[in-house]
Design a protein around this ligand. Structure first.
Ligand code: XMP
Length: 512
């Protein structure tokens, strides 16, 4: 086990992820309980995370001294490096040479940390984000890499196997960072790289059982990957103590609601309540043009419907959610100050407070692609696991302006054709999300000998790693022409197709 001591950095989970990718099990423990965690886990190595705090302030968090006396290797990252130095007799200074963003380090000395990646005298890109820096090293340490703003960009006490880096190896902007962390856990700690998602599954099942005991759990199924994986995992852990509630708002993609019901009821034998709430949602949305009101209406109705169904089932004290790590960070503001609401996502928060239930969130530590790996591990069918993300408010936010049953039906058909062509062309997995949008605009066309006056369909496809930023996908024109022809010929109500070439930012992925 690698113990990760969390000092409150936004990217601590990325450290855990890199360690997982290296095939080693890790646990994150907040610094307040790190002493207990260290004694309990008896880790073979320790990583100290970054932090928004400054070691130059009084009462700033510290690593338990026991860690430095136990003879285990330690890697301090950013704040972790600084507190290690401060605690072992070095000096830290605040503020003058701040470095944020891309920086370059120069390797001064070989170190097992750099094995196979960084040779002496070479320069490498890293990601920095610090105000303070180390200005005097504790005894036994030497400099192994420098940068313009941080003369102690990487330091090592090879005898005690203590390492510190001022930059963040866990983020993607440090291209060799993953290898560096892998060097720490394999070459320095000597941990075997045999830990896998299969092991995660076993462990998650144990944790769910320990947490839930004999109590009942309800889980909202949306048809998406996250809630599905969470539900199958929970069912494996606690069997029929789990009931799933699928609130069908009538705003899913074509055929999707049926697929969810068949898969969960018939294939997995998971108790499932299919709430046919299409009329409720579509009636409430009638005539509503404002995107935020649409989102909030759907969110509110979802909660009310879910709550009513949960009451009918009765006796459940746990609510399961397929919350992922990015949901956790996206709902916390980076600066600590108020963040601007761009769109009110309806799937994070709200429900548990209102229903006064305890939460079980077995995917909370995972990223989307890891959830997919876990889904495959659990035997979920590939087309399901690999499915593009789909927003909670569904097709309502892909129908700018008023939503009607007719428009949803038209949109479902166009969307299905578009996705079918994308799959046939073998492009589905290269794209983060692809979907059709039905514009509230009618234009004139000519079909056969007649004039048409029908809706415009916009197509969107983007690449992205996490949905936070995105680029439009560069289809070739022949492909686009083929999709447009099929949609116009096959879908009654659409006579014009356009392609959205906006990136995010400044656009968003969805249109509302
Ligand atoms: P935007 O449109 O904000 O979308 O660029 C970023 C990602 O989030 C998805 N999205 C949502 N997901 N509930 C969700 O579960 C929502 O209310 C919601 N709104 C947007 C969107 O599909 C994209 O993947």
């Amino acid at each position: 086990t690698i113990l990760i001591v969390d000092f409150g950095s936004q990217v601590t989970q990325l450290i855990a992820r890199r360690v997982r990718e290296a095939g080693v099990y890790s646990e994150i423990v907040p610094f307040q309980s790190a002493e207990e965690g260290f004694a309990r886990l008896k880790p073979r190595g320790v990583i100290l995370s970054g932090s928004p705090a400054s070691t130059t302030e009084t009462d700033s968090p510290r690593a338990p001294d026991a860690i430095f006396g136990a003879g285990v290797p330690v890697l301090g990252i950013c704040y972790g490096q600084q507190t290690m130095c401060a605690q072992l007799g070095g000096r830290i200074e605040g503020g003058l040479h701040r470095e944020f963003g891309r920086a370059f380090v120069e390797v001064q000395k070989p170190s097992p940390l750099f094995d196979g990646i960084w040779a002496e005298g070479t320069r490498h890109q890293v990601w920095m984000s610090h105000g303070d820096r180390v200005t005097a090293l504790p005894k036994g340490f030497e400099i192994v890499a420098t940068s313009a703003g941080a003369p102690f960009a990487a330091i090592a006490d090879e005898a005690r196997r203590f390492y510190g880096v001022q930059f963040h190896p866990e983020v993607a902007h440090t291209p060799d960072g993953a290898k560096l962390i892998s060097n720490f856990v394999h070459k320095i700690v000597g941990a075997p790289g045999d830990w896998t998602m299969a092991a995660f599954r076993e462990q998650a099942i144990e944790e769910i059982r320990a947490k839930v005991g004999r109590e009942k759990v309800i889980c909202g199924l949306s048809g998406g990957v996250d809630s599905s994986v969470a539900a199958v995992l929970l069912h494996e852990a606690i069997g029929d103590q789990l009931t799933c509630i699928f609130v069908d708002h009538g705003l899913l993609r074509m055929g999707e609601a049926e697929q969810v019901v068949t898969m969960f009821r018939d294939h997995y034998n998971i108790p499932l309540v299919h709430v046919q709430a299409q009329d409720l949602f579509l009636d409430a949305l009638a005539g509503e043009m404002d995107p935020e009101v649409k989102r909030k209406t759907i969110g509110r109705l979802f909660i009310e419907t879910f709550e009513a169904e949960a009451k009918k089932i009765g006796g459940a004290s746990f609510l399961a959610q397929g919350t992922l790590y990015p949901d956790v960070i996206e709902s916390v503001s980076f600066t600590g100050g108020p963040s601007v609401t761009i769109k009110s996502h309806h799937n994070v928060g709200g429900l548990p407070e209102r229903m006064d239930m305890k939460l079980v969130e077995p995917l909370r530590e995972l990223f989307k692609d890891e959830v997919r790996v876990l889904g495959r591990e659990l035997g979920l069918p590939e087309p399901f696991v690999g499915r593009h993300p789909f927003p909670g408010p569904g097709l309502a936010i892909r129908c700018p302006g008023g939503v009607t049953r007719e428009k949803i039906a038209i949109l479902q058909q166009a969307d299905a054709i578009y996705l079918d062509e994308i799959r046939k062309a073998g492009l589905y997995d290269a794209i983060w999300q692809a979907f059709a949008v039905l514009l509230p605009v009618q234009t004139v066309g000519v079909m056969g000998d007649g004039r048409t006056y029908e809706f415009v369909c916009a197509l969107r496809a983007v690449t992205s790693v996490d949905g936070m930023t995105a680029d439009f996908y560069p289809f070739d024109m022949e492909f686009m022409g083929q999709v447009a022809t099929r949609i116009i010929n096959e879908v009654k109500g659409i006579n014009r197709v356009v392609y959205d070439i906006t990136s995010k930012p400044p656009g968003t992925i969805e249109w509302e």
